[in-house]
Design a protein around this ligand. Structure first.
Ligand code: ZN
Length: 379
């Protein structure tokens, strides 16, 4: 079976010793064909003596899993497999598995226009064992309201071609399995809650500070969806123009939280990338001030048990500690709560799953929709 080539994919041919050399053609779906680190996966009809083209990279385990009776792995029971998809502005990440350390396949490719990108996602899941359900964490804004006529769509994005793209309905039709859908930051919040820095925490806020500021709020374990997704990044925070005359970068509000504290704001205000600024540069005290003010608003409105602060800007060593200190000062002892005082290091924390939070959270979404009987599915 020949497929269009794509950058980054292994494409090689099996050696003669791997092929059947005589007898009738036989159909195969998965085959151990490379003892190397990444065993490729192949499918098609194996003709005697004919080469088989390897079409994708797959960890060896997927071959082993698929070769055994469905539902079992070794002596123990094999976990049900779920699909996770994170569609980002630049990259799409797909994974098949049941959680961290239980991924049997994953891949990533560039986000292009919707039709070909969604086709790539369907092709990824068509190559391996069928997932019980697929979860999607998409860049936004999105319509995640089950029952809405535009459920599963990206809505008003300026990204060319993606406005009103019916992401989840197309994937549900193409895959034939239940599909769950939410935005990327909510998916990341679910991933961290299930397996990461928010494990066991029912009321949780995950904030990412990068090219923008986004947040996923989980209240009593469930994503909070109101009129629209809570756009926490656009809350207004105090802006002392004498200390910081920079007008902010938000095209809608100028100096909202995102406008003052996201990565592009740092770069434009100081004329340098964050990594070029020294540890004692005033940028960091100001950044911690703004971050603490935004988190304070979250604390006062939603009262989460924990806030996870991630994203590229937060990779700066020391910034999380500075933000904790300023947040504690801003709370000023008003609430008699150790987590907002001496134990603040257990309240405002770094993520644990890194770049995998989104796609793992998408798997958590898939598990939820599967156990709920496809309540959020378009199938
Ligand atoms: Zn704004």
């Amino acid at each position: 079976m020949r497929r269009p080539d794509r950058a980054g994919r292994h494409r090689r041919q099996l050696t003669a010793s791997n092929r059947i050399l005589a007898g009738p053609p036989r159909r195969f779906a998965l085959r151990r064909c490379d003892p190397g680190k990444l065993s490729p996966y192949a499918e098609g009809t194996e003709e005697p003596g004919a080469p088989i083209e390897v079409v994708a990279r797959w960890p060896e385990r997927v071959v082993e899993l698929a070769a055994r009776p469905r539902g079992h792995r070794g002596a123990g029971r094999m976990s049900t497999l779920y699909g996770g998809v994170e569609t980002g502005g630049t990259w799409c990440v797909c994974a098949l598995g049941s959680g961290p350390g239980e991924l049997v396949a994953d891949d990533r490719f560039r986000t292009r226009e919707p039709a070909s990108t969604l086709q790539d996602i369907v092709a990824f899941f068509s190559r391996g064992p069928r997932p019980a359900a697929v979860g999607v964490g998409s860049f936004g804004p999105v319509d995640a309201h089950v029952g809405s006529p535009t459920w599963g769509h990206v809505t008003t994005t300026p990204k060319p071609g993606w406005a009103n793209a019916p992401v989840a309905p197309v994937l549900a039709r193409g895959l034939g399995v239940p599909v769950a859908f939410d935005n990327d930051v909510t998916a990341a919040a679910l991933g961290e809650q299930r397996w990461g820095a928010g494990h066991g925490v029912e009321n949780l806020c995950y904030v990412t500070v990068g090219t923008g500021i986004g947040a996923g709020l989980l209240i009593e374990g469930r994503p909070l969806h109101g009129l629209v997704h809570p756009e926490v990044g656009h809350v207004r925070i105090p802006h002392d123009l004498r200390r910081d005359p920079f007008p902010g970068v938000c095209p809608y509000h100028g100096d909202c939280w995102e406008g003052l504290a996201c990565g592009p704001a740092l770069r434009e205000r100081w004329g340098a990338e964050g990594r070029e600024l020294s540890d004692d540069h005033p940028a960091w005290a100001l950044e911690a001030e703004y971050l603490a003010l935004g988190v304070l608003a979250i604390v006062m409105v939603a009262s989460p048990h924990r806030v996870i602060l991630g994203g590229g800007v937060m990779e700066r060593p020391g910034l999380l500690e500075l933000t904790r200190g300023r947040l504690r000062e801003l709370v000023a002892g008003y609430m008699d709560q150790p987590l907002l005082g001496g134990d603040i290091a257990r309240f405002l924390v770094a993520p644990a799953l890194g770049d995998d939070a989104g796609v793992l959270g998408a798997i958590a979404l898939a598990q939820a929709v599967s156990s709920a009987g496809a309540a959020s599915s378009a199938v």
